[in-house]
Design a protein around this ligand. Structure first.
Ligand code: SF4
Length: 78
């Protein structure tokens, strides 16, 4: 299995922030995390990782878990 490159993580705009922001109790409450992600220069790498590794929780690359499930369904049918 190829090694996964996670070097982008250290450049994320979320570095040093409270991780709880990215794991809200309610999926509807992820606007603060999405706002941080919108300014993040490694957003695409983060989203790609989350999709490829099927991250089931939290906000990654500016997307919620529900949004990623939808993206994966779209990807499968494309
Ligand atoms: S896109 Fe969001 S979750 Fe991903 S590294 Fe950037 S700030 Fe963190």
């Amino acid at each position: 299995m190829p090694e996964i490159d996670l070097s982008w993580r250290s450049s994320g705009a979320c570095q040093g922030l409270d991780p709880q922001i990215f794991y809200p109790d309610n999926e509807e409450n992820c606007s603060q995390a999405k706002s941080v992600c919108s300014e993040c220069k490694v957003r695409i790498a983060c989203l790609t990782y989350a999709l490829d590794s099927r991250e089931k929780q939290g906000v990654w690359g500016g997307t919620s878990a529900r949004e990623r499930r939808k993206l994966l369904r779209t990807r499968r049918t494309a």
